[in-house]
Write a protein that binds this ligand. Structure first.
Ligand code: EPZ
Length: 420
């Protein structure tokens, strides 16, 4: 298993281009099924989760290959409507394919995605919405067998602004007769990116970024070329890396309007951050100070995906910061590993209190999940000595090359293969 060896205690000074957004390209890859044509995705990140999606497309009879300009996907010869249990287990968010398969084929079969490191990952909101569009769903033995002779558009009200449920229903609604309104929809920028992709392919979707997304169904979609938005959580990660280590970081292509709650907190902590259409520059010259309570919430609130990396950047701040994790049940698994490096963090239920310490010590630590793993890398930059970050397969799900990007920012990082 690969590991990252990180030498801490160096200030950063560098520039990195922020990769395409994992959480945008995954639903867009599912959406390619609606076109029955060829799509070219520019700025598509090379990630484990993207490879898992490519495997799913290929098992459905589609073709996907990397080209110089990006990822070319041809779904014209789709000949299947089932996703294997193994592939579902490889990536929990594969449930996002359900709506698109149903819109294209009228039937679909997937295994229950089940839980992941963050806790249970229910899809009850997805299934309730699909049923209201006319989908019959049998749930037996961990397998979901879905049939939809005809999908009919209608108003759907989500009890929680679920990102995945909003995306799944947008895709199913493209195949429904009539208009679908998704109320209390998720407002994340990735929803707007999916809407923009669908409209490039001939759909008529509006309201992305607001609480009501409207889909005019029954339109014939076609292929096209689309450039995926930059990854706002990767950008947040590298801003927190600069905050943790001190120094300067320039993030090209990052869009501050997508992570304004994160930059607001980092400014509170004492970072100087400026941005323009080219990207975001972060300068951290002095020891950070603790900030007001950080509560994670659906967009435009503070993103749950940035909770761990922000926590890591505040481990040596003056004072104490309270975190409240309101989205996932089990999203403090990185805390024990940070404590091994000398952090002072007290967790009680959804609350974590981080009290700044003078120094952190490099240590052997183990990734527990994608963003928790990223947090270990951020903390390692602020620690004295070497940190060995193990089980970095979690990180490779969402970061093209953490070592490449941190080295571009001036860090001393290398990937190594662990002794067997
Ligand atoms: C997406 O997950 C992201 N993943 C997550 O990013 C992100 O943390 C999350 O949105 C919130 O922003 C992708 O886009 C691939 P939700 P998703 O449906 O769609 C509950 C990362 O690190 N819920 O908004 O699964 C659910 O249990 C990943 O990149 C239901 O109860 O998020 C959770 O507590 C991690 N029933 C909350 O809602 C449902 O049917 C948020 O889930 C669906 C969700």
């Amino acid at each position: 298993m690969s590991q990252l060896l990180i030498q801490g205690g160096r200030r950063l000074d560098g520039e990195v281009r922020v990769q395409g957004a994992k959480n945008s390209v995954l639903p867009i890859l599912a959406a390619t099924l609606l076109t029955g044509d060829t799509v070219l995705l520019g700025n598509c990140p090379h990630l484990r989760d993207v490879e898992a999606s490519i495997q799913i497309l290929r098992t459905l009879g589609c073709d996907a290959r990397w080209e110089a300009e990006g990822l070319a996907v041809d779904t014209s010869r789709m000949d299947g409507c089932a996703i294997s249990d193994a592939l579902m287990r490889e990536m929990r968010s594969s449930a996002i394919f359900l709506g698109a398969i149903l819109a294209r084929c009228g039937q679909a079969e997937i295994s229950y995605p089940g839980g992941c490191e963050l806790g249970p990952r229910p899809i009850d909101l997805h299934l309730a919405g699909l049923r209201s569009l006319g989908v019959e769903i049998q749930d037996a033995g961990g397998i979901l067998r879905c049939r939809a002779a005809r999908l009919r558009g209608r108003e759907i009200v989500l009890s929680f602004p679920s990102v995945g449920a909003t995306e799944n229903l947008m895709l199913a609604a493209c195949g429904a007769e009539g208009t679908t309104s998704i109320c209390n929809a998720a407002r994340e920028p990735e929803i707007t990116d999916l809407q923009n992709f669908l409209n490039v392919c001939g759909a008529r979707v509006s309201g992305g970024g607001s609480s009501t997304v409207v889909v005019e169904g029954g339109r014939k979609l076609h292929g096209g070329a689309y450039t995926v938005m930059p990854d706002r959580i990767v950008a947040a990660t590298y801003l927190c890396a600069a905050a943790a280590a001190g120094g300067t970081a320039l993030l090209r292509d990052a869009r501050e309007q997508h992570l304004s709650t994160v930059t607001a907190v980092l400014r509170q902590a004492g970072c100087d951050i400026v941005s323009d259409q080219a990207g975001i520059a972060c300068v951290c010259q002095r020891r950070l100070r603790a900030v007001r309570t950080v509560r994670t919430a659906p967009y435009p609130g503070f993103p749950t995906d940035a909770q761990a990396v922000l926590m890591a950047s505040l481990l040596r701040s003056r004072g104490a910061t309270v975190f409240e994790e309101n989205i996932f049940e089990n999203r403090y698994r990185h805390v024990d590993e940070l404590v091994r490096m000398g952090a002072d963090i007290q967790v009680s239920g959804r609350t974590a209190v981080v009290t700044g310490v003078e120094t952190l010590q490099g240590a052997p630590v183990r990734c527990t999940d994608l963003r928790g793993g990223a947090a270990l890398c951020v903390a390692a930059l602020a620690a004295e000595g070497e940190t060995r970050v193990m089980e970095i397969g979690h990180i490779d799900r969402g970061y093209e090359s953490m070592e490449r990007d941190l080295r571009a920012l001036g860090a001393c990082v290398r990937r190594t293969e662990a002794e067997a």
